[in-house]
Design a protein around this ligand. Structure first.
Ligand code: SF4
Length: 426
């Protein structure tokens, strides 16, 4: 059954029922006390910390998403605000993210918890142990450190590379991780992704016992499937870091979702952190202003004012934010990578990460692109439970992200950090 165009108050409150109940009872827990391992300045900054599953790592509730970072001083500023968790990848801006973070780590490596990733576009297929290890060595070199705390197998959903479960079951990954762990180059392994089939893949990761940390989308518009995954992960001691926490991050329109004390972003982050089974969240940062705004989100629990802002946002944008349910893709007679293309479009239009969006779209082959949609009646829209105008969104994405319609998919482009206004994300 289709939902109404706008999410009703009843629907939204039902989605946040547990939170609402806790609010009414005044029982929402505040942040945990900082761990002994946390730096003194972090304790003074008031940043709460949580233990990441069975790893024992004490991570700041706000994690530094390193995709856009080009100034190491911003990372140090974040450290002073208590943010000790830094997330990056070997594929972020052609290694520029890791290089910038490496500058910040120099002389203070022990004050950070560092996560990098094995990107599927870099490890190739079939992925071999030696390639994983050489990719990790390259990351360590860029990061100017002898070890990272966590390495994530990146974009593990089937939709990202067509082989989600196969990748997680690849014995070469396990052998590579074990060799790197024994060499002291990494402490824990995890998995990250944001595809329609993500739940299947991530539940497998939880059950396998091989993965200590998950990095997944989670926002006030994504429940309830994620809640079940998070609860299962917590039950098995698997840490859960949340990303894509801003539910589409409709950046151009956020000013109106703000009162004197709370911004939409702060409300969205608090909603995520109000789930005590979440270890922390990762949000893209590239300015001191963002550090201040996000760090402040962690200094108090979710409030009724926060929920009001989120409700307003949901009512405004409910039909514009992809929930990654995947129903549209089953209905599509072509092979259009709908969820991925909508995500790339979000990078472009909402995050200001044009480079990332265009490069990602360029990796798709012609049969996976949205050129098909120009001549289609929109089977995908009829299957969408959230009334997204998918065909219109896809045609816009295709116009924006492709140089020429129906062009065959070129290989990855050379990274050019001067392109794009990389400013914020979620
Ligand atoms: S508009 Fe048609 S071709 Fe395009 S994604 Fe939807 S169903 Fe597939």
């Amino acid at each position: 059954m289709k939902r109404s165009k706008k999410m009703s108050r009843r629907e939204f409150v039902r989605g946040t029922a547990a939170l609402g109940g806790a609010l009414a009872a005044g029982a929402l827990p505040a942040g945990t006390q900082p761990a002994g391992a946390a730096p003194a300045s972090a304790r003074e900054a008031g940043m709460p910390y949580r233990t990441m599953g069975n790893t024992g790592l004490r991570v700041s509730e706000i994690g530094f998403g390193g995709y856009p970072i080009d100034d190491p001083d911003v990372i140090l500023y974040a450290l002073d605000r208590g943010i000790n968790y830094v997330d990056t990848s070997n594929c972020y801006r052609g290694g520029a993210s890791e290089r910038t973070i490496g500058e910040a780590l120099k002389g203070r490596r022990d004050r950070f918890i560092v996560t990098t990733k094995w990107c599927p576009h870099h490890v190739g297929r079939p992925a071999k142990k030696q390639v994983f290890l050489s990719q990790l060595d390259a990351s360590l070199k860029r990061l100017q450190t002898d070890h990272v705390d966590i390495v994530l197998n990146h974009e593990v959903g089937r939709n990202s590379d067509g082989h989600g479960l196969e990748r997680l079951k690849n014995p070469e990954i396990l052998e590579a991780f074990e060799a790197a762990r024994r060499a002291g180059k990494v402490r824990f392994m995890g998995a990250s992704g944001h595809d329609p089939d993500l739940m299947d893949v991530m539940h497998h990761a939880v059950d396998s016992g091989a993965f200590s940390v998950l990095l997944c989308r989670y926002s006030f518009l994504d429940y309830p499937d994620q809640d079940r995954l998070i609860a299962r992960a917590a039950g098995k001691g698997v840490g859960f870091a949340a990303m894509k926490t801003l539910a589409g991050a409709k950046g151009a329109d956020l000013e109106k979702f703000k009162d004197r004390h709370v911004t939409f972003r702060q409300a969205a982050l608090r909603w995520v952190l109000s789930n005590r089974k979440v270890s922390n969240l990762v949000i893209s940062i590239n300015s001191r202003k963002q550090v201040d705004e996000y760090a402040a989100a962690a200094d108090r629990p979710l409030t009724r004012a926060d929920l009001d802002i989120l409700r307003e946002y949901a009512e405004e944008f409910s039909t514009q934010v992809c929930r990654f349910s995947g129903a549209c893709m089953e209905a599509c007679p072509e092979d259009v990578r709908i969820a991925d293309i909508l995500r790339f479009s979000m990078y472009y239009h909402e995050y200001g990460q044009e480079n990332r969006a265009v490069e990602s779209y360029a990796r798709l082959v012609a049969s996976e692109r949205a050129a098909h949609c120009l001549h289609c009646s929109g089977f995908c829209e009829r299957a969408c439970a959230y009334d997204l105008p998918i065909r219109t969104l896809l045609i816009r994405a295709h116009d924006t992200l492709s140089d020429t319609a129906l062009a065959p998919g070129p290989g990855p482009r050379e990274e050019d950090p001067s392109r794009g206004r990389i400013s914020e994300g979620g």
